[in-house]
Design a protein around this ligand. Sequence first.
Ligand SMILES: CCCCCCCCCCCCC[C@H](O)CC(=O)SCCNC(=O)CCNC(=O)[C@H](O)C(C)(C)COP(=O)(O)OP(=O)(O)OC[C@H]1O[C@@H](n2cnc3c(N)ncnc32)[C@H](O)[C@@H]1OP(=O)(O)O
Length: 713
Amino acid sequence: MAQYSRVSGTVGLITLLNPPVNALSAAVRQGIVDMMDKALSDRKVKSVVICGHNGKFCGGADIREFSSPLTGPLLIPVIQGVESAAKPVVAAIEGVALGGGLELALGCHYRIAHSKARLGLPEVHLGLLPGAGGSQRLPRLIGVPAALDIITTGRHVTAAEALKLGLVDRVTDRNTVDEAVKFALSVADQSPQSRRISTFPCPHHPDLDAVFEGVMQRVRQRARGALAPVACVQAVAAATLPFAQGMERERELMATLFTSGQARAQQYHFFAQRAVGRWSMPSGARWDKTKPVAVHKAMVIGLGTMGRGISVALVQAGVSVVAMETNEKQLMDAKQAISSMLERGAKRRGVAPALDKIRYSSDMQPAADVDLVIEAVFEDMALKKKVFQQLSALCKPGTFLCSNTSGLDVDQLASETRTPELVVGMHFFAPAHVMKLLEVVYGSRSSPQAVATAMELGKQMGKVSVAVGNCRGFVGNRMLKPYLEQAFFLLEEGATPEFVDQVLEEFGFAMGVFRMSDLSGLDVGWRVRKADGLPDGHSARIRQGCRYSPLGDLLCEQGRFGQKTGRGWYQYDKPGGQVAKPDPWLQDFLEKFRTQHGLVARRIDHQEVLERCLYALMNEGFRILEDGIAAGPEDIDVIYVLGYSWPPHRGGPMFYAAMVGLKKVLERLEHYHQEHPDIPSLKPCNLLRKLVVSGSPPVQKWREFLQKPQSQL
Ligand SMILES: CCCCCCCCCCCCC[C@H](O)CC(=O)SCCNC(=O)CCNC(=O)[C@H](O)C(C)(C)COP(=O)(O)OP(=O)(O)OC[C@H]1O[C@@H](n2cnc3c(N)ncnc32)[C@H](O)[C@@H]1OP(=O)(O)O
């Protein structure tokens, strides 16, 4: 809803009231209509200010309303009503003006923003476009190139940038509503006629066609099959038409997006990202009952790629860091790399680099004086155990001990310390200062406070933290295993890396499984498998009674570790090269392998690649839910979209399973398992069967079928 009062004698003040972000629900839209009527019919009122309750202008249309039939006045006419008002209307923008919120502000005749406000049209991330005139008014106000950038990226613009672009008329450090009221008084006698953006022509640009063409090309490349970014460009292109025609085109494009599965997927992902913050543990401990400890000072141990990124992320979050590395050369290199990452980051954000927040050490001693340690040494259990023993002896009571492991047993590490309750896993994703995902792994003895502290620290670093139980590979890497396995088996049976990758990239992954493996380095998994007792030079295809593909191991034995060695599943022009080319050597190698093992290559189609790779991965997701390692499907989906480049417009693997239809997923898994009874990951898991028997409930209801999360090793 909205509140109304008259202030300073002649200014009608309308306050949007719908905490926490004043989303434009039906009641708020109705409130705007009613309060505008009040202000316009009050003869004492000469001008109007619209602001948001509690320091937030407006977070946009109410996304929760999109899943049911729309009621109340529609946003487009509400904004048209504001724009056509005979009295000047000023938007007082504090906090955020996003999506429909910014569209409402564009309907106002003037915009005053607080210096800390953020403005944007992020609809593209919800599978939509700015559908309440934003795609038509923004280019008219700030020009096509800037509008295309804001609308297709969905990025938030600072008040300073908004002023530069001409998106707002004034920026203030003072009380924004007071300033807007003063401003409204100063323009009270002026006609708003010349301030109605819908009457502006689209600013002239010498080569608009080339601008649209260039952006469309970039957007299509990045979209990976997403419809919204393309529709955003098409909508802005219509801003060169007369306003009414442009609005009609915006409506048509929006109607297509609004009812699409992609929009549903992306809106699900929006709420899933927020749902994972409401974590719980098998003991019943929960996010809302556990207070995190504030981390002022942290230590990062091991300054390889991960340790450097983690140090940068901590410093940028305002935490003082001691970065520790025993190898002097590595320490010097790290110092240089971290400083330049901090400098680049600060430049991007328009602030001074916080170089004084970090100091370096070549020994462990400073651990005695920190609140939290993140160990980021090589993924080797013996080495990590040694570090934890040392930390246990050195750290002051209450210091949280975290391991940046990608899959090792957190309980084993905890058992090396005197304080296992303070030990958790913090699984970062490379590059750690960029990637938004953090898996927080609780062991069987981790205290709720340790989990809460790691979750909160992740949030402070700008990450989405997901709490998961302790098992091999946790959630993300555990699900990756059957996915990779299927890809290898498909090669054995006749596919090529290029074909498998092409199918997965067409699905929307940024990179297919083989290109991705080449980038991450084939040797990483190989070393882990060797540590698990993999014999050298052994090409057996059955291990422990199950099918096993030795292809990855055989490649590593040839020194083919991927991009870093210039050879892997593909060939590169040099070690470190990035352009993957099919390698005739590999073709030959696969043929010889098949002959050696009596395999006859067969034609494998698109559907089989997609189903075997993705359904095996999804099946493991159901197992993870069944085991209680993830609390709900949202946790898995957030991990996959933010950490494993699962296309956001497909929601995540569990959401996708529901979209495909659980019955179909079950049937196809049964089919493939019948064909390959020696591949256990293709055997449909019980939870999937249970859900199908229960009528395939929507993904939002799956939690009702799950047990409490638990640690499992
Ligand atoms: C049949 C065919 C019909 C076709 C015609 C269709 C015509 C439809 C006409 C519709 C026109 C609408 C056009 C408009 O362009 C569309 C939009 O505006 S879409 C919304 C755009 N806005 C956003 O994307 C902003 C989303 N929010 C955020 O980014 C952040 O929440 C924030 C505002 C930056 C605040 O961040 P934080 O402070 O960190 O807080 P949280 O993120 O944790 O949020 C707190 C709480 O609020 C909930 N929430 C936030 N925004 C919205 C929202 N817009 N709607 C509903 N709820 C919102 C959020 O979920 C949190 O709650 P929780 O999930 O934790 O319970």
